[in-house]
Design a protein around this ligand. Structure first.
Ligand code: HGY
Ligand code: MN
Ligand code: MN
Length: 395
C-alpha cells in the first residue's frame, strides 16, 4: 500500500479518492471478492467489506480506518488500521470461525481533510453528524467535487453494492499508530484509548485589492498579506496557553494571486484548534472572528467555521474487550487519551466504539519518517482479531 502514492522519500502522498487512493480501494475490494466477502459503498464513498455472520439481521461489528494521507504523510497513519482489520478477517476466515454477527472492514473516506476540507467527512456523514449533500459539494483546488470523486470510485468497483448511510452497526474498533512517543518510551505494546480531545477548525479569508508592486505607494495599498500577518499574530496571542494544553496551528496559508509583482489581493488561511475541555474551546472559538476583525487594518475579513467536534470519551464494551484481549495475549498496555482526531470520534455517538494504539517510532507522524515495527503491527492486528471475536460473544 505504501507504494500507492509513494513520495520517493519514504513517505506517502495519497489524497482522498485520487488515482492512488482509488487503487487502494480497488485492491482491497478484489481481495474481499476473492474471499467471497460482500462489498458495499455508500453515497459518500465509505467502503465496507463484509464477512457474513450466522444470525440473520445481526448488526455488523466493524474495524478499519482511513486510506488517505497528509501531503507528506507516512506509511502507517490510517492504512495500518485498515490492514490490521484485513489481517484479522483473513485469519478468522482461514480458521473457519463462524461469528454470530457479520464482521466488516471499513475504509472511511477523506479522514485527513487535505484534498477536500474539512476532516473526518466520511464518518461524520455516515453517522449523520454532517449533511451528505453539503459534503458531496466540497471541491478540491482544481474545482473537482467530492461527488465526482465518489462516482470515480464507484466506476472503479462496479460490483460493489449500495450501502445506506446510517445503516446501524453493533460496534466499531479502530487500530491506529499512537502518533506520539508514550508507548515507545514506556515500552508498552498497546494503548487503550480513553478519549479524543475536541477540535474546532476555521477558515479566514482576507480580501484586499490587487495592485502593481512597483507603482502602488504603501498608503494606497490594501495588501491582504500584511493584514493576514497581523491577524495570525493576534490569534497566536489569543491562543497562548501557559499550561501548553491548547493546540493552535495555522497549517495552510495561501496568498493570491501568488505573483512576485502583484500586491496580494486575497489571503486564505486555516486554523486548527484543539483542547480536551469543551468549555475552553467554546470560549476561545467565540473570539476568533472579533480578534480577526480587530487586528485587520485595511482589508475585509470573512471567518467561517468548517468543523466543530466535541471531546469524546470511550467507555463500555469496546475498550473492555480490547483490555481482555491484551491481557489474554500477555501484552503490556495502558489507558491513554488521543491528541489526534480519528473517525472513531463520530462512531462513538452512533454505536459502541473504541480505539487501540500501537507504538510509533519517536512519536513522529504526519511526516514521511513515520515508522513502527512489524512486531508492533502484528500485536495490534492480533488484538483487533481477538477484540472482534470477544465482541461477537458479548454483544
Ligand atoms: O488531524 C488529525 O488529528 C488527524 O490525524 N487527521
Ligand atoms: Mn492523520
Ligand atoms: Mn489517521
Amino acid at each position: 500500500m505504501a507504494k500507492l502514492g509513494a513520495t520517493g522519500q519514504g513517505g506517502v502522498n495519497r489524497p482522498a479518492l485520487t488515482h492512488a487512493d482509488i487503487e487502494v480501494h480497488v485492491r482491497l475490494a478484489k481481495w474481499a471478492r476473492d474471499r467471497h466477502f460482500g462489498i458495499e459503498i455508500d453515497s459518500y464513498g465509505n467502503q465496507f467489506m463484509r464477512r457474513a455472520g450466522t444470525i440473520p439481521d445481526a448488526l455488523a461489528i466493524v474495524s478499519g480506518s482511513h486510506s488517505d494521507t497528509q501531503p507528506t504523510g507516512g506509511r502507517f497513519d490510517g492504512i495500518s488500521g485498515i490492514l490490521s482489520a484485513v489481517e484479522a478477517l483473513e485469519v478468522i476466515d482461514d480458521a473457519g470461525i463462524a461469528t454470530r454477527h457479520p464482521l466488516e472492514i471499513v475504509i472511511w473516506n477523506n479522514e485527513e481533510g487535505v484534498r477536500f476540507n474539512p476532516t473526518n467527512m466520511g464518518s461524520a456523514v455516515y453517522t449523520g453528524a454532517s449533511a451528505v449533500d453539503v459534503m458531496l459539494a466540497a471541491t478540491d483546488r482544481e474545482g473537482n467535487t467530492m461527488g465526482g470523486a465518489v462516482r470515480n470510485l464507484r466506476d472503479a468497483i462496479p460490483w460493489a453494492k449500495v450501502r445506506n448511510l446510517k445503516t446501524p452497526l453493533a460496534a466499531f474498533v479502530e487500530l491506529h499508530i499512537e502518533q506520539g512517543p508514550v508507548l515507545e518510551i514506556e515500552n508498552l505494546d498497546i494503548g487503550i484509548v480513553t478519549a479524543i480531545q475536541g477540535t474546532r477548525k476555521f477558515e479566514v479569508e482576507i480580501i484586499g485589492d490587487e495592485a502593481h508592486a512597483g507603482t502602488t505607494p504603501e498608503r494606497f495599498r490594501r495588501d491582504a498579506f500584511v493584514d493576514a500577518v497581523k491577524i495570525a499574530s493576534a490569534l497566536r496571542d489569543l491562543f497562548y496557553d501557559p499550561l501548553d494544553i491548547l493546540r493552535f496551528t495555522i497549517g495552510r496559508f495561501e496568498v493570491f494571486p501568488g505573483s512576485l509583482a502583484v500586491v496580494p489581493g486575497r489571503v486564505l488561511f486555516a486554523i486548527d484548534l484543539r483542547h480536551p475541555d469543551n468549555a475552553v474551546l467554546k470560549q476561545l472559538g467565540r473570539q476568533v472572528e472579533s480578534v480577526c476583525n480587530k487586528a485587520a487594518t485595511r482589508c475585509d475579513i470573512l471567518v467561517i467555521e468548517t468543523r466543530r467536534a466535541h471531546p469524546t470519551s470511550f467507555e463500555g464494551p469496546v475498550p473492555e474487550a480490547i483490555e481482555t484481549a491484551a491481557k489474554q495475549r500477555g501484552y503490556s498496555f495502558k489507558h491513554m487519551p488521543s491528541g489526534a482526531g480519528h473517525d472513531a470520534r463520530y462512531l462513538n455517538s452512533f454505536c459502541h466504539s473504541g480505539m487501540l494504539f500501537i507504538p510509533c517510532e519517536g512519536g513522529i507522524s504526519h511526516n514521511e519518517r513515520e515508522n513502527t515495527t512489524p512486531e508492533a503491527l502484528a500485536k495490534g492486528a492480533q488484538v483487533i482479531a481477538d477484540t472482534l471475536l470477544i465482541l461477537d460473544e458479548r454483544l
